[in-house]
Design a protein around this ligand. Structure first.
Ligand code: IVH
Length: 703
């Protein structure tokens, strides 16, 4: 025991005082967080709040032993990360089926009643927040891990970023789990909460005006901004974004439910300190549900955040389980989607853009207007015929619409406002290319005009952009803007020049917004693109009528570029799904001397010209497998690639040559056909079993 009055006694007293003060501060901060975010009734201003945080941080800096993992100061912490880890969800994070109108909503309800053999069912209606779904894991009462939804099975570990959200409690207990369906030993301190991270309209606008004043490109909408903010490698950036959270689902740590009903789960979440949406309602009849949906469709603008519909859920967890899911969509819930949002704005002009194949497309230049949360200043008008059909004149007030993520559209003019207005101009399609001034010609068959100049710089810019796009060679960062800079700056004159960009470092660094780091990343992705299979190159080249499906068919059939180059159009047409128009287009492209030279340069540059052909001697050699319905753990593409990698063939229809039908959820007609032919059928689990028997081991998730 230190003697009273000695220096160590003093230090101990001081520590004790600091500990007490820190506890008081933490309590106050939590109280004000709750008032601010949950009750939306703050008692103190931002300045006062910041002073509390500041004082606590000071104390913790002087007495590091006082820092607790649940201290509010820990919300704004964490070092920048290299990349996010991968998190496997305890139970898949499902998506929702949609109902686009009253009739579809009632059809969903009818199906539910039929499945349950009931005449009524209680439902909970919740606003569908347009943000990003996350999963929060609490262990021993502490917020331990947070992840994005990802593909529903695996998401990204964004714990450090989620810790910066003031509305996510660092410590929580879910209340004792009771009721006949809950296991007696359920641990209330280890559980999972799911919900939506979102931005208010106000915060979205604040961020955008900041970006505008610093000359940065504006964000599209609150949802994308939320996603971008949550996926910041530096938590300090996330912290500066004032992200918000609503909890809408609670489960046990092992993925089971933590309540006997949705309404009970929401009540427990709220009691545990999680923000839940205040506009949730429970109804027994579908008429009331429909009325609720209609009401919020009209009142959505009153909310400080975006909603794109109402989620309707069967309340009782036992009934939910009885209804189950089809693929990734629960039958016990549905999203009633609001129709597109509309706004009126002035049509300032109609301009024409030049596409990758030279097609000229008119688009509307609009006085910027916020529609469905995004600022719209341009909208495609598709073609001349569509402009005529819309009967819009330059100078008109027009109705603009945006539905969810869909690109903005012009619906038509507000005719009542045209009266008395002078100087309105009809649009006429130019007869020359707006980019290179070459003549524009009519395309055979369809109504469009296109620029005939094969050296048109605008076309080439689009081609570069397309080449680098996701479905093509996936060179992230080489988008519209950089393509334009590279083409107009003379840094690339042919697609093969992309692979020589490494030798132009100095020129590249001189470009606006190009720094060392960004350039290194770009060059890395360019290098990586060389290894992509032939099917991706075939998409990337931008051959007319060759999309992903055709490219895959060609690549799988021929296996390598050389064989494809030697094929005649007759040979091509023998491939399922390839008709005369496509085969003509492919042969024309491949025989063109300029294109042959381009392909030779790409090959010399190290671009791969082969595809992943079936591995000989693989565990599925000799099998012709057809996949139908939705699988839970693979997309269609993934399972088909897997079959091929293991040496099997993928069939599109069940025939007498089919050796196995893998049947997921849904998919009735193929199953019927297989039963008729006596073809073996396995469900997803059975297919996994078969793969296991043949020595296949699931690769561990990467990243
Ligand atoms: S429930 C099975 N409730 O909508 C239940 N989702 O398409 C699945 N969302 O990814 C989710 N508000 O991001 C649910 N109150 C709410 C929601 C909600 C927004 C989002 C969520 C999910 C998507 C489903």
């Amino acid at each position: 025991m230190p003697e009273p009055g000695t220096p160590s006694h003093q230090a101990q007293q001081e520590r004790e005082a600091a500990r007490e003060r820190a506890e008081t501060l933490r309590g106050e901060i939590r109280y004000h967080d709750h008032r601010y975010y949950v009750l939306e009734d703050p008692q103190i201003g931002d300045g006062e709040y910041d002073a509390l945080i500041h004082e606590l941080r000071g104390l913790e800096e002087r007495h590091p032993e006082l820092v607790t993992p649940d201290s509010p100061t820990q919300r704004v912490a964490g070092e920048p990360q290299e990349q996010f880890g991968v998190v496997e969800h305890a139970a898949p994070m499902l998506s929702l089926g949609n109902a686009f109108d009253d009739e579809e909503l009632r059809a969903w309800h009818q199906r539910v009643l039929r499945e349950l053999g009931a005449s009524a069912v209680a439902m909970v209606c919740e606003p569908k927040i347009d943000g990003l779904a996350v999963s929060l894991l609490y262990e021993g009462g502490l917020f331990a891990r947070g992840a994005t939804r990802g593909d529903g099975l695996r998401g990204e570990d964004v714990t450090a970023n989620l810790r910066t959200l003031r509305e996510i409690p660092p410590v929580a207990r879910l209340g004792a789990v009771s009721g006949r369906h809950a296991p007696a030993d359920a641990d209330a301190s280890s559980f999972e909460v799911r919900g939506e991270v979102y931005l208010t309209r106000e915060e979205f606008e604040r961020l955008n005006s900041e970006r505008a004043s610093s000359g940065q490109q504006l964000y599209m909408n609150p949802r994308n901004t939320t996603a971008g903010s949550l996926r910041q490698l530096d938590p300090a950036v996330t912290a500066s974004r004032r992200l918000r959270f609503f909890a809408y689902q609670a489960g046990r740590a092992d993925g089971g439910p933590a309540a006997t009903s949705q309404s009970e789960a929401l009540a427990r979440l709220a009691a545990a300190g999680f923000p839940t949406n205040p506009h949730v309602a429970r109804f027994e009849g579908i008429d009331d549900v429909a009325a609720f949906c209609r009401t919020w469709q009209e009142r959505r603008g009153e909310l400080p955040y975006e909603i794109d519909g109402i989620v309707v859920k069967v309340d009782d967890v036992v009934l939910q389980r009885q209804l189950g899911s089809v693929g990734r969509e629960p039958r016990w819930a549905v999203a009633y989607k609001f129709p597109a949002e509309q706004a009126v704005t002035r049509l300032l002009d109609i301009e024409v853009s030049v596409g990758r194949t030279g097609v000229l497309t008119p688009y509307a230049v609009l006085e910027p207007v916020v529609v469905g949360g995004a600022t719209v200043s341009k909208a495609t008008l598709h073609n001349e015929a569509h402009v005529d059909e819309l009967d819009i004149r330059i100078g008109d007030d027009v109705i603009v619409q945006r539905a969810g993520d869909v690109i903005p559209q012009v619906v038509g003019p507000v005719l009542a406002r045209r009266r008395g207005r002078t100087g309105l101009r009809r649009f006429v399609m130019p007869t020359r290319c707006p980019a290179c001034d070459h003549t524009a010609a009519r395309d055979e068959g369809d109504a469009g005009l296109y620029c005939v100049n094969r050296d048109c710089p605008a076309q080439f810019e689009r081609l570069v952009e397309h080449y680098a796009s996701r479905g093509g060679m996936d060179i992230e960062g080489l988008g519209e803007r950089l393509s334009r800079q590279l083409v107009s700056g003379g840094l690339i004159g042919s697609l093969s020049d992309i692979y020589a960009l490494g030798e132009r470092r100095e020129d590249l660094l001189a470009l606006e917004r190009m720094g060392e780091r960004r350039l290194d990343g770009l060059l890395e992705r360019i290098e990586a693109s060389k290894a992509l299979p032939l099917r991706r190159l075939l998409v990337a080249l931008g051959i007319r009528h060759v999309g992903e499906e055709t490219a895959t068919a060609l690549a799988v059939h021929f296996g390598e570029m050389e064989a494809l180059q030697g094929a005649s159009s007759v040979e091509l047409e023998e491939i399922e799904g390839i008709g005369p128009t496509v085969s003509r287009s492919v042969v024309d492209y491949l025989q063109d001397p300029a294109n042959r030279a381009l392909l030779a340069r790409l090959r010399d540059g190290g671009v791969r010209m082969t595809d992943d052909v079936a591995a000989r001697g693989g565990p599925l050699e000799g099998e012709t497998i057809v996949v139908t319905g939705a699988l839970a753990s693979w997309s269609r593409n993934e399972v088909e690639t897997l079959v091929k990698e293991l040496g099997g063939r993928v069939g599109s229809a069940v025939t007498k040559n089919t050796t196995l039908l893998v049947a997921g959820a849904g998919g009735g007609s193929k199953r019927a056909r297989a039963l008729e032919l006596g073809t073996p059928i396995r469900d997803e689990a059975g297919f996994r079993e078969l793969l296991g028997e043949r020595g296949w081991r699931e690769p561990a998730p990467s990243g």
